[in-house]
Ligand binder design. Structure first.
Ligand code: FES
Ligand SMILES: [Fe+2]
Length: 364
C-alpha cells in the first residue's frame, strides 16, 4: 500500500493520524519541504488584479526565492527572478509600473522577458548578455489566483485543481472581484503546517471560535465535498445564507467562498517555528458601474473591513502558537476524526511531494 513507503521514508508519518511533533520543529523537515514543495511546486503568489495593466510589476516570495511578477505588453503574466544577474541585488521591492527593470546598484537593465539590454560602462563584448538573462518561472492564474512554480515541469493548474473546479465555479467565484489592496500580512510563531492545517479544518470552530464563527458556521454542519492530495473542497451551513465552500489548495492556500465574498489565507514558512500569514479577499464590486463606481467601491471596502476576519484570525493565531509551544516534546500522533478528512488529504499531499509516493485516488 502507498502509505508504507511514507512510513519507511526519512520523513515518516501516517497520513491517517496527526503529524508528529518532529514535523513542526526538525530542520530536515523544513529543508525537504523547501526543496520538494516550496521550490519545486505551485505556490500561491497574489491575485491577478494586482497586475491589471501592462508594465505592472509585483515582487513576491516563493519559498525563499524573490520573484518578480509582471504583466507584459502582450498582457501575459511573466515570473522572473527578482535578483540582478550582476551581483544579486533585489531588483524591485515595491509594486511598480515600467517597461524595463533597472537594478538600483549599477543600473543593469532588463526587458520584460528578463533579457539583459543595458550594461553601463562596459565595453561592447565585455559582458555576455545572453548569459545574464533573468531566469523565468512557470506562472498561471486560476479564477484570478496567481500561482508560481520555480520548477518548469509541474502539471498545469487546470489539472491540479480539476476535482474541485465545478464546485468552485458553481459557487460563483467569478462573479467576485479580487481586491489585492486589501491584503494584510503578519507573522505567527508556529510552523507553516500548523497554520495551514488549522485553516483547512472546521473541527475546531466550536471550541476556538465560540463567538466569532460557531454561531454562523457551526462545526456540526460542516461536511466534505471532494478532495485528494491535490485540492480539497469542504462545505458547511452559513446561518441566513447559502452554504459556504472551503477551498484548500496545498501547500499554502485556503479560502472561504460565499455568494458575496471569497476570504482567503495564505502561508509561507519563515523558519521551522515561524510563518508569514497573508489574508485577502474577493468581494462583490461595482468598481466599473458608472459614475457611482467610486462610492460603491468605497462601500465594498467598508463591508470588507467590517468582516469579522480580524477577530477569528487572532483566535487562530493563539491556538496555533500554543500548538507550537509544545513541539519541543514528543507525543504519539492521534487519530484524525471523520470531520478532519481534509487533514488526511493534506497528509497525502505531503507524502506525495516529500516521499515521491503517488497519492491515493480522489475521494468524493
Ligand atoms: S548588482 Fe545589479 S547592476 Fe550591479
Ligand atoms: Fe479557525
Amino acid at each position: 500500500m502507498n502509505v508504507s513507503a511514507a512510513e519507511s521514508g526519512p520523513l515518516a508519518f501516517d497520513p491517517e493520524r496527526a503529524l508528529p511533533a518532529a514535523a513542526y520543529r526538525e530542520p530536515e523537515w523544513l529543508a525537504a519541504e523547501k526543496d520538494r514543495i516550496w521550490h519545486r511546486d505551485w505556490v500561491f503568489a497574489t491575485t491577478e488584479d494586482a497586475l491589471e495593466t501592462p508594465g505592472d510589476q509585483v515582487p513576491v516570495m516563493i519559498g525563499d526565492q524573490p520573484v518578480l511578477l509582471l504583466r507584459n505588453q502582450a498582457r501575459e503574466l511573466v515570473a522572473l527572478s527578482n535578483l540582478c544577474a550582476h551581483r544579486g541585488t533585489l531588483l524591485v521591492e515595491q509594486p511598480a509600473n515600467a517597461k524595463r527593470i533597472q537594478c538600483p546598484y549599477h543600473a543593469w537593465t532588463y526587458d520584460e522577458d528578463g533579457r539583459l539590454v543595458g550594461v553601463p560602462f562596459a565595453p561592447s563584448g565585455a559582458v555576455d548578455r545572453s548569459a545574464h538573462r533573468l531566469p523565468s518561472y512557470r506562472v498561471e492564474s486560476w479564477h484570478g489566483l496567481v500561482f508560481v512554480s520555480l520548477e518548469q515541469g509541474v502539471e498545469p493548474l487546470a489539472r491540479r485543481f480539476t476535482l474541485i473546479e465545478r464546485h468552485v465555479s458553481a459557487a460563483g467565484i467569478d462573479a467576485l472581484q479580487h481586491q489585492s489592496d486589501l491584503q494584510l500580512s503578519e507573522t505567527w510563531a508556529c510552523n507553516w503546517k500548523v497554520a495551514i492545517i488549522n485553516a483547512m479544518e472546521s473541527y475546531h470552530l466550536f471550541k476556538v471560535h465560540p463567538e466569532t464563527l460557531e454561531p454562523y458556521t457551526p462545526t456540526k454542519d460542516a461536511y466534505y465535498v471532494a478532495g485528494s492530495a491535490r485540492a480539497t473542497a469542504t462545505g458547511g451551513t452559513f446561518k441566513g445564507q447559502d452554504d459556504y465552500l472551503l477551498v484548500s489548495l496545498p501547500p499554502s492556500f485556503v479560502g472561504v467562498l460565499t455568494r458575496n465574498s471569497f476570504v482567503w489565507q495564505a502561508v509561507r514558512p519563515v523558519n521551522a517555528g515561524r510563518c508569514a500569514i497573508r489574508t485577502g479577499g474577493a468581494f462583490e464590486s461595482y468598481r466599473r458601474a458608472g459614475p457611482f463606481g467610486q462610492i460603491a467601491n468605497w462601500l465594498t471596502r467598508a463591508a470588507a473591513a467590517a468582516y469579522p476576519q480580524a477577530d477569528f484570525l487572532q483566535e487562530d493565531k493563539a491556538i496555533c502558537e500554543r500548538v507550537q509551544r509544545g513541539v519541543t516534546g514528543d507525543f504519539l500522533p492521534g487519530s484524525l476524526v471523520p470531520i478532519e478528512r481534509v487533514v488526511r488529504d493534506f497528509g497525502d499531499s505531503l507524502t506525495w511531494r516529500l516521499n515521491d509516493v503517488e497519492p491515493p485516488r480522489a475521494r468524493d
